[in-house]
Design a protein around this ligand. Structure first.
Ligand SMILES: NC(=O)C1=CN([C@@H]2O[C@H](COP(=O)(O)OP(=O)(O)OC[C@H]3O[C@@H](n4cnc5c(N)ncnc54)[C@H](OP(=O)(O)O)[C@@H]3O)[C@@H](O)[C@H]2O)C=CC1
Ligand SMILES: Nc1nc(=O)c2c([nH]1)NC[C@@H]1CN(c3ccc(C(=O)N[C@@H](CCC(=O)O)C(=O)O)cc3)C=[N+]21
Length: 335
């Protein structure tokens, strides 16, 4: 799984950048929280710890701790729902092939479901199975009333049409928020998606819980994938310069340590989505995970930063649980 990449911040990558403008889906995600946020970039929620990996001023944003708080909140609701209407939220996960990283993610999602009382169902299909088989599983889960959320683990084997498969998931059960109708609604003003994709939702939730004001701030999203990046974002030429103007930076490029300390405006808040394995013979697994942002440099300049691991990753899973609960509540008309 590990790729040979730089293990420190010394390699620079010439790059392109996506700027969040007022019409991007990033801005629309932000819109949902505008008004609830207060400007206090140094504030941190209960239970937040300062990172011992970082001897400077930036608050280390503890995604692991916030995710735990959210799981506790979800557990209460799941229990209440079961006791009052006898419904247990259910999540179905479809895993195609045997990529080790995907298997690990799926296992973690399953464990997270168990920890909050959500029922999880897993379907494993062979790498060389047909697209029809995947579509058949999806269709079964679409019709199964005990399933409120359906997740097809990505990436899919290359012989499959990802769009075709994501289109097949019922939008009411699309807890990943990857169905084109849900993404389309997210990108449009005045239309609410049924689900917001878990990773961006987790990023915004972190800003929210750490009381970082979004309104009136300049934000930059680096990366433009369907999953994390911005459908309406603009491709720009000079990432360093624009990043330097940002008060909030969301990095989702999948390039280890690409964002250097010199790119960051003093006091900026950084959400690092990147999960990049780098070879490390001293690590138990032979590799370790680093983010897209050079953490050691960034924490000298930023006011708050999410570490990798322990930042956005646990939040993505917590948001998946949250979306599954939302789905069960919506389907059963439970407040
Ligand atoms: N923490 C979490 O919960 C999650 C973490 N991740 C991690 O986040 C990272 C991004 O994931 P994902 O969006 O799925 O990845 P993709 O590879 O699908 O997208 C990466 C995006 O970054 C752009 N990009 C790549 N290199 C550069 C560069 N040098 N300069 C500017 N833009 C660049 C690509 O541009 P182009 O469109 O031109 O190719 C693309 O839009 C990965 O490390 C992944 O492992 C992903 C999901 C969840
Ligand atoms: N349909 C689909 N939905 C996804 O949401 C989806 C996907 N496919 N494919 C892959 C990406 C990646 N992703 C992560 C989730 C959690 C962590 C996570 O919890 N990371 C831990 C570290 C884990 C470790 O140590 O290996 C952390 O950052 O602390 C990471 C990455 C979800 N994805």
């Amino acid at each position: 799984m590990a790729s040979l990449m730089f293990t420190d911040c010394s390699s620079s990558i010439s790059s392109r950048l996506i700027h969040v403008n007022a019409r991007s889906s990033g801005a629309i995600l932000f819109r949902q929280h505008v008004g609830q946020l207060r400007l206090r970039s140094t504030a941190s929620p209960r239970g937040c710890s300062l990172s011992i990996r970082c001897s400077s001023s930036a608050t280390s944003v503890d995604g692991k701790a916030v995710a735990k708080t959210i799981r506790d909140e979800i557990t209460i609701d799941v229990t209440r729902m079961k006791e009052s209407i006898g419904v247990v939220p259910g999540l179905a996960v479809i895993l195609v092939g045997d990529r080790k990283d995907s298997a690990t993610y799926v296992r973690n999602k399953k464990k997270a479901c168990e920890s909050v009382g959500i029922k999880s169902i897993e379907v494993r299909l062979a790498e060389d199975c047909s697209e029809e088989q995947v579509l058949k599983s999806i269709s079964c889960f679409n019709d199964d009333p005990s399933v409120h959320g359906i997740l097809v683990q990505l990436p899919l084997p290359s012989h499959m049409d990802e769009q075709n498969i994501l289109n097949a998931v019922s939008i009411e059960k699309d807890v990943d928020g990857f169905h084109p109708l849900n993404i389309g609604r997210l990108a449009m003003r005045g239309r609410e998606p049924l689900f917001v994709p878990c990773t961006p939702k987790g990023c915004i939730e972190l800003l929210h819980r750490y009381k970082v004001e979004i309104k009136g701030k300049r934000a930059v999203v680096i990366g433009r994938s369907n999953i994390v990046g911005m459908p309406a974002a603009l491709l720009l030429q000079n990432p360093e310069e624009i990043t330097r103007e940002a008060d909030i930076i969301i990095a989702a490029v999948g390039q280890p340590n690409m964002v250097r300390g010199s790119w960051i405006k003093p006091g900026a808040v950084i959400i690092d989505v990147g999960i990049n394995p780098v070879d490390d013979p001293n690590a138990p697994r032979g590799y370790r995970l680093v983010g897209d942002v050079c953490y050691e440099e960034a924490c000298q300049v930023a006011s708050a930063i999410t570490p990798v691991p322990g930042g956005v990753g646990p939040m993505t899973i917590a948001m998946l649980l949250s979306n599954t609960l939302i789905s069960a509540k919506r389907i059963h008309n439970f407040e």
